[in-house]
Design a protein around this ligand. Structure first.
Ligand code: NAD
Length: 493
């Protein structure tokens, strides 16, 4: 298998198709930019639909052999990939900062998560893939057998680039599928080509994993290829709800199943019996980790009236003290937003909300693409900030009279990804959790958490399907009903 040894993105990076590194068919390249400094850290091949088609062909050719690979081989490849990634830890942490503006703490979280994801995937190679089913027909032995689906297209975002791209390929590959990964134009290396390097070194056969990078604006035609090419049997998409809707529409027209992991507008309920110090720390972590660029970020903090004043004063003071600046400095909490377009959305939504009557309790300032941690109260119900996910370090505080009103407000959203409930009474928290419309709910914790084996996904506009452990195996396998008759049985004619 061909290898590319350049370890970082300072050089030119090529597409990885059929086990070979190469330029895009058009020969075009694009710049990979550091969002904090604006520096060009490398150039990357700008793939198009034609390259995506070649990658699907390569994946389709590799499928038959890979789907029959013994579990021991798949397990060994995933274990080796985990070890190789850990060996490259310092380089990858630096690249996460330089390519995606990721602060040290969140980069280390990603670096801890992904080796665990790969080691658990290694275990899944031996997961039972079927059941014996009782039949009412004498002499019939019936089974439900899970088989890989074929080529899986994986579309990943930039925001937790390492975790989300790794998650998009791990379960599909270990279940015996072949994959074409399309990373975001904002994370072509740490969200894509890195995996081509690591899995090639781990011995993954040619064509089993293919990576097609592309410049801004070309994601949709590559997505169209995935939706329309009959050799692609599943698409998994992690990204915004608006893009997910487009992909679901295109996939639906082609009767293709998709897994959609989309945006969130996640509520944190702080009840009157909460430990206020703990609640303040939880809310700040949930809202501002990775400068609020996490699908699970706490966006709406809903607090019961009796503790509202004390809680909001303490939270505002904490938020105002969060250090902003260079993500390469280890104590930076708030690094840059990913690009100018993201910055413009955040700043215009905050200023519109303030014009509409919202009160700024902290933040609202910026330096370059670094937008300060911002806390607002009295955000008008009709504002974009109140209605939509705003992917940055901005949270809205709201006061409710009691916990029932809190549940109503928590559910007053088109989204349903993650929620948190902070209370001194875990039993009450559990009862409330049952009433909240979200795919993920944490009692006595904020909204941001992930472990590779947990069923991860949302309801409503936050998506369909689940990643994580055996839930992901179900998404990327097809259940076949197979019977064997012992002897013959009578037919009516
Ligand atoms: P995005 O929707 O802009 O892009 C996501 C991916 O889709 C990128 O690779 C992009 O190039 C690609 N893309 C864009 N248009 C496409 C099209 N028409 N067809 C095919 N692909 C297309 O999202 P983003 O800004 O990269 O990521 C942030 C969003 O992702 C936020 O909304 C966040 O909440 C969400 N997200 C969800 C989860 C989850 O697990 N639920 C995790 C992380 C991020």
């Amino acid at each position: 298998m061909a290898t590319q040894t350049a370890s970082a993105a300072q050089t030119h990076q090529q597409l990885f198709i059929g086990g070979a590194w190469g330029e895009a068919a058009s020969g075009a390249r694009f710049n990979d930019q550091n969002p904090f400094t604006g520096e060009v850290i490398g150039t990357v091949a700008a793939g198009t639909r034609e390259d995506a088609r070649r990658a699907v062909e390569a994946a389709a050719s590799a499928f038959s052999a890979w789907s029959r690979t013994p579990p021991a081989v798949r397990q060994r490849i995933f274990l080796d990939a985990a070890t190789i990634l850990e060996r490259r830890r310092d380089e990858v942490v630096g690249l996460l900062a330089r390519e995606t503006g990721c602060t040290f703490g969140f980069a280390m979280f990603q670096m801890g998560f992904v080796p665990g994801l790969f080691r658990q995937a290694a275990g899944l190679a031996y997961a039972p893939l079927g059941q014996v089913l009782p039949s009412d027909n004498p002499g019939t032995f019936a089974m439900g057998i899970r088989r890989p689906v074929g080529v899986v297209a994986a579309i990943a975002p930039w925001n937790a680039a390492l975790i989300l791209s790794a998650r998009s390929i791990a379960a599909p590959l270990v279940a015996g599928n072949t994959v074409v990964l399309k990373p975001s134009q904002d994370s072509p290396f740490v969200g894509g080509l890195l995996w081509a390097q690591i899995f090639a070194e781990a011995g993954l056969p040619d064509g089993v994993l293919n990576v097609v990078t592309h410049a801004a604006g070309d994601g949709s035609t590559i997505g169209d290829e995935f939706a329309e090419n009959p050799k692609v049997r599943r698409i998994n998409f992690t990204g915004s709800s608006s893009t997910g809707r487009r992909i679901a529409e295109a996939a639906g027209r082609n009767l293709k199943r998709v897994v959609l992991e989309l945006g969130g507008h996640n509520p944190l309920l702080v009840l009157r019996d909460a430990d206020i110090d703990y609640a303040v720390n939880a809310a700040a972590f949930g809202a501002y980790l990775h400068q609020g660029q996490i699908c699970m970020s706490t966006r709406r903090i809903i607090v019961e009236a009796p503790i509202a004043e004390e809680f909001s004063t303490r939270l505002a003071a904490k938020v105002a003290g969060l250090k902003m600046g260079d993500p390469l400095e280890m104590d930076t909490i708030i690094g840059p937003l990913i690009n100018q377009a993201a910055f413009d959305v955040v700043s215009s939504r905050v200023s519109d909300a303030v014009k509409g009557g919202a009160r700024l309790l902290a933040g609202g300032t910026w330096n370059g693409l670094v937008y300060a941690a911002t806390l607002l109260a009295d955000v008008p119900e009709s504002s974009d900030l109140a209605r939509h996910e705003t992917f940055g370090p901005v949270a809205a505080l709201e006061v409710v009279a009691n916990e029932d009103d809190g549940v109503v407000r928590a559910n007053a959203s088109a989204y349903g990804l993650s929620a948190g409930i902070i209370t001194g009474d875990p039993d009450k928290g559990l009862a409330l959790a049952d009433r909240i419309e979200a795919g993920i709910i944490h009692v006595n914790d904020q909204t941001v958490a992930d472990e590779p084996q947990m069923p991860f996904g949302g309801v409503k506009d936050s998506g369909w399907g689940r990643f994580g452990g055996s839930a992901a195996l179900d998404e990327f396998t097809e259940l076949k009903w197979v019977t064997v008759q012992s002897g013959s049985h009578p037919f009516p004619f």
